[in-house]
Design a protein around this ligand. Sequence first.
Ligand code: PMP
Length: 396
Amino acid sequence: LFAAVDMAPRDPILGLNEQFNADPNPAKVNLGVGVYFDDNGKLPLLNCVQAAEHQLVDAHKPRGYLPIDGIAAYDKAVQGLVFGADSEILKAGRVATVQALGGTGGLKIGADFLKKLRPTAKVLISDPSWENHRALFTSAGFPVESYPYYDAEKRGVRFDDMLGALQAAPAGTIVVLHACCHNPTGYEITPAQWTRVVEVLKARALIPFLDMAYQGFGEGIAEDGAVIQQFVASGMDFFVSTSFSKSFSLYGERVGALSVVCTSKDEAAKVLSQLKIVIRTNYSNPPTHGAQVVATVLETPALRKMWEEELAGMRQRIKQMRTLLIDKLAAAGVQQDFSFIRSQVGMFSYSGLSTEQMQRLRSEFGVYGVDSGRICVAALNTRNIDYVAASIAKVL
Ligand code: PMP
């Protein structure tokens, strides 16, 4: 049966992790994966999460199956976070939200639903994008192409080219957009540019799919979510996937969601019923723990305040690391201007280093980043940054 099965290629980023773990170099630094570490290089367990978990343990609740669309209080809390608690479209019942297995699960439920709804559509993702976007929509059966995004020369976004590609896309094309903190480049478009994107998507009758994996890691929870309001104001129907992996440091709990904004309450009810079929036929219903933790934190004012402060702490530490890296590179004698690192937003930086330089960083110094030049700024800390800066200086 399995004689003809080929060995699949390793996941490029998770493969890097394996290589890192096997590296005996005591000075090694892992800037490959998209995970936030604290200044001690440890994966944080947020205080708000610990407090919610204590509450949940004390309650000793039984573990029945959840509804197919997840915990109702969780879905409601997600909606409040994404659309604003006073949102008119929420009051009007126009949003269908389901709990999902991380942001990936939200994307996949949306992709499978869209495949039934628009079987001949194509999908556009940014060039470059989170690698799983292409793989996920391809495996859902869509042809996946890209729209221009990263401008290596100007160190920013090829906005006119991006807009041109959207203008040229056939009606009904699904357009995946990073709502904030673009992965992998760290470059975002401005609110005014978002306005143009929204106009073109609407005029061309394209289907927006916003991927919100880093809300709160850019400028703030509301600031990072502001783009959603532009889409709401446009009156378009659209998709939003949410991930709490990073913002709650709950990676392994697989906590995410999918929200679909519809034209009416009646439509939203029908869409929800279809999303439930996608879920039922994939994994029946979602797990309890992580979503219960997130719902408890978001709904308990004291815990929510704690979360907002802890999230702000992570956001600010990343920003400090950006500035510190620029300073340390200069101190290590690097002539090249790296100030662009400060203009990037979120966990990642496209460092501008070549594949060859990234490979040398790995083999000679044990500093692991992605061949594309992407480094995870959220994995830098005051202990490893001198070594990282000195290593980069040597390969430049
Ligand atoms: N979208 C983007 C842009 C991401 O970077 C990630 C995580 N790396 C995800 C989605 C998936 O998030 P999760 O781990 O919650 O599935």
